[in-house]
Design a protein around this ligand. Structure first.
Ligand SMILES: *[C@@H]1O[C@H](CO)[C@@H](O)[C@H](O)[C@H]1NC(C)=O
Ligand SMILES: *[C@@H]1O[C@H](CO)[C@@H](O)[C@H](O)[C@H]1NC(C)=O
Length: 313
């Protein structure tokens, strides 16, 4: 079921900017965004999958919404924290709305990388990256043609650190895991994706001269959290709150299955705020909030600009 979700929710997209004076942008007034449009996969889905494919299932949503709320988390996602940011008034878009005053957030790539990991050799995964990124960039061009001008583009996260990846590792040879215990070659594909994405965004900025395109190093934020989990108040970063994953079993959050010969129901852990991973793939609300705080002020952005000022270029 999760596989299907991960493959279907695949809407590639985004980015831009000519490097202007960073100081000037930091001192510029906050943008008055009229709406936020998000293009993303299940990491930022607030109900698309639930509306289109599966009804929302418990225990997702339990921490914040106290009911399933169409999100793959116990609570809010990074996009929810973006919408909550004081400068952004999230409203239902009106049909005649000026897209030039809206914020376009894009968070795509994880499914493409995951699909390659499941189906292709390492060499072919790397070879596929430029093509995936080029599809992504062409969708940003399409949005720009339709009037979008402010793009906030997240790169893809450390997929090899997800518990669904690390749970499959048995007797690893030296170098298979990196120094913090993530599957290194999987992260290498994500890093290559991010490198090519950043290069293409730089080119796109010179092409879309009216657009402001911010590249956000989501990978760095997530990797930092996982590296320093214990200092940041979290437990083992490779533990899943809701679900069971092992060498030869996966019981996804909310499902029933058999693990080590016994039937189990994958419910929530007692304290989701202590864990980083909600369901082995997606992050808990506590982790999402930690990450949002790191990225929204612009310290991981290129150019270095807070989301509240991302319309300036
Ligand atoms: C299943 O058995 C393995 C091997 O003994 C163990 O490491 C794992 O924790 C068990 N899983 C569960 C969910 O009990
Ligand atoms: C952004 O916030 C992070 C986390 O609170 C902080 O470490 C960093 O210094 C801040 N950066 C800027 C540019 O304000």
């Amino acid at each position: 079921m999760m596989e299907l979700i991960m493959i279907l929710v695949l809407w590639p997209f985004f980015l831009s900017t000519i490097t202007t004076n960073a100081e000037e942008m930091i001192n510029s007034p906050p943008c008055d965004y009229t709406a936020v449009y998000n293009f993303g996969d299940s990491n930022s889905d607030t109900g698309g999958i639930a509306a289109a494919f599966y009804p929302p299932a418990s225990p997702s949503g339990e921490t914040y919404f106290h009911r399933p709320a169409g999100r793959a988390s116990d609570g809010r996602l990074i996009i929810d924290f973006i919408a909550k940011d004081e400068c952004i008034r999230k409203r239902l878009p009106k049909p005649d709305q000026d897209l030039g005053k809206a914020l376009f957030t894009i968070d795509i790539g994880q499914n493409d990388v995951a699909f390659g990991i499941r189906t292709l050799s390492f060499e072919l995964q790397k070879a596929a990256v430029p093509n995936i990124v080029s599809q992504f960039i062409s969708q940003v061009r399409v949005l720009n043609e339709r009037g979008a001008r402010t793009f906030w583009i997240h790169n893809t996260g450390p997929i090899g650190c997800l518990p669904v990846a690390t749970a499959k590792v048995k007797d690893p040879v030296a170098g298979y895991l990196d120094e913090i215990g993530c599957v290194k070659y999987q992260n290498d594909v994500a890093l290559l994706f991010n490198k090519v994405l950043k290069e293409e965004i730089v080119k796109l900025r010179s092409e879309l001269t009216y657009a402001a395109i911010v590249y956000v190093d989501m990978y760095a934020a997530k990797y930092e959290l996982i590296s320093h989990a214990k200092n940041q108040g979290f437990e083992d970063p490779f533990t899943t709150c809701c679900g069971y994953h092992g060498i030869d079993y996966d019981v996804y959050c909310g499902n029933k299955g058999v693990v080590n010969g016994s039937e189990v129901i994958a419910g929530s852990c007692p304290n989701p705020s202590k864990l980083i991973s909600w369901d082995g793939v997606h992050y808990t609300e506590a982790a999402n909030q930690w990450i949002a705080i790191r990225i929204l002020n612009g310290s991981l952005s290129d150019p270095t600009i807070a989301i509240s000022r991302a319309c300036h270029k």
